[in-house]
Design a protein around this ligand. Structure first.
Ligand code: ADP
Length: 490
């Protein structure tokens, strides 16, 4: 399959280590597949521990000079990279849609979001200030420096092939760290296309490397990343299961970890909600990216008084969504990423039907075939359903009915996860009560949009540790160094 690009050079099928485009030591490759067609887009290197080690060693060498640059100099490179991404947004989005499936317009929006991290963190790098603390003794002075943590590694998932790598690399590089990144096996091409631009804007060799591998290689690459003593920090986005494994591996060398793991987002609609707001938010929080985001609404909890009107509007919404390949300009949602994703959604819907759920729209594979799934509305949901306890990661809204506010908050919290929650109400007291009662890292109030580079994205409980975006995202790549000075006499 050939992609139509204005700049074909952005399409790279080699990994990028220490400033060079390289194959695997073994010469072996794996296929990257277009989820909309099943066609092969590219063959990409199957790498392992040895290539990863070399990338880490290069990152160690490169970090020495990188951290010494003025914040302003690092910021300039990051700014240029953001600009280069925006200037090439069409091509980058084409590569993204080909490997991930989301509609091209949405892919383009992801490129803008991905670029925003380089711009914002570059600017913020200039504001990494230390502290002076009044000392408890007359001849003492206490100074606190903030320094880059050192060599870092990032492992990212396939649902945002451009934004997840940049959300990790941007704060790392801004802080003066170097990074070795492993993109998901389903979507390595977007990360590689950003590296072409990084090279063009003059990012020094070794500061950011991308190591590729397929599912079988991931434990080898991850094993090296988490055991190599040079590495000081891991930033991971993916499943809770793999996050737990990697955190355990990092324990042996006490690496700092940032984990952005699974969610099971409740979407609470109270009687006094504005239905137009709710439906607009549902389009974003439930159907965008075919429901394949860790902040996708997974349990839709709707109060008695608004339930029937909400269901009616949801049926209208879901029936009107255009499901099509991402390159079709009319597409609102594309295919699911792969067969395993489809099987999970089918299993969740099957379980819901078995337990008495009422499928009002959709319920199965879309007429486009393959892994395209019909937008689906199911009523009568209960907490014992599979989809109430696990992320469905599909365009399926299961609607629970509730009458009591406090009980709804308890239901919303009845999960080991705590990433995002959504709530809809016009009553300010209720919004405060619910926001304070919900055990989540992020609460969206009367909106479906949460993600922005300026705010701290992240979860609590088994949804993760640390934050990405905002000054807190930068802080995760910095260490404090306290200077205890004595002898200031006279
Ligand atoms: P998902 O279910 O979204 O694919 P995963 O947690 O399986 O989530 O994958 C997220 C990222 O973690 C991908 O880049 C994947 O290759 C990587 N990964 C999976 N297993 C391991 C592992 N054992 N060690 C290191 N990385 C892994």
């Amino acid at each position: 399959m050939t992609l139509t690009l204005s700049d074909p050079d952005l399409f790279r099928t080699q990994a990028y280590i220490d400033g060079k485009w390289v194959d695997a030591d073994s010469g072996e490759t794996f296929a990257v597949i277009d989820p909309a067609t099943g066609e092969e887009i590219a063959q990409v290197p199957r790498m392992g521990a040895a290539e990863t080690r070399r990338a880490i060693e290069a990152a160690e060498r490169a970090q020495v000079g990188w951290r010494k640059l003025l914040a302003k100099e690092r910021a300039k490179i990051l700014r240029d990279l953001a600009d280069a991404m925006l200037a090439n947004a069409d091509d980058l989005a084409t590569i993204l849609t080909a490997e991930q499936g989301k509609p091209h317009a949405e892919a383009k929006a992801e490129i803008a979001y991905a670029a925003s991290f380089f711009e914002w963190f570059g600017e913020e790098a200039k504001r990494v200030s230390g502290e002076t603390i009044p000392a408890p003794m007359p001849d003492r002075r206490i100074v606190v420096l903030r320094e880059p943590i050192g060599v870092t590694v990032g492992i990212t998932p396939w649902n945002f092939p451009s934004a997840m790598p940049t959300r990790k690399a941007a704060p790392a590089l801004a802080a003066g760290c170097s990074m070795v990144l492993k993109p998901a096996e389903q979507t390595p091409l977007s990360a590689l296309s950003v590296m072409v631009l990084a090279e063009r804007v003059g990012l020094p060799a070794g500061v950011l490397s991308v190591v590729t591998g397929d599912a079988e290689d991931a434990p080898k690459i991850g094993g090296e990343m988490t055991s190599n003593p040079i590495v000081r920090k891991l930033s991971f986005t993916g499943s809770t299961e793999v996050g737990k494994l990697l955190m355990g591996q990092c324990a042996k060398t006490i690496k700092k970890v940032s984990l952005e793991l699974g969610g099971n987002a409740p979407f609470l609609v109270f009687d006094d909600a504005d239905l137009d707001d709710v439906i607009a938010a549902m389009m974003v929080a439930k159907f965008r990216n075919s429901g394949q985001t860790c902040i996708s609404a997974n349990r839709v909890l709707v109060q008695d008084g608004i339930h029937d009107a909400f269901v009616e509007r949801m049926v209208e919404l879901a029936s009107g969504i255009t499901v099509a390949p991402g390159f079709d300009p009319a597409a609102q949602i594309g295919p699911l990423i792969d067969q395993a994703a489809l099987d999970k959604v089918l299993a969740h819907v099957g379980d819901a039907v078995e337990r008495g759920g009422d499928v009002l729209v959709g319920g199965g594979i879309h007429e486009q075939g393959r892994t395209f799934f019909s937008p689906t509305i199911i009523t009568g949901a209960d907490m014992d359903w599979q989809m109430s306890n696990e992320e469905t990661f599909g365009p399926v809204a299961a609607i629970h009915r509730f009458s009591d506010e406090a009980a709804a908050i308890r239901t919303a919290n009845a999960t080991p996860f705590g990433l995002a929650a959504y709530l809809f109400s016009q009553d300010h007291a209720r919004i405060w009560r619910a926001s304070e009662g919900l055990e989540y890292g992020m609460i969206a109030i009367n909106t479906g949009f949460i993600s922005t580079e300026v705010a701290p994205f992240g979860g609590i409980k088994e949804s993760g540790i640390g934050r990405e975006g905002s000054q807190h995202g930068l802080d995760d790549f910095l260490e404090y160094k306290y200077l205890a000075w004595a002898g200031v006499r006279g």
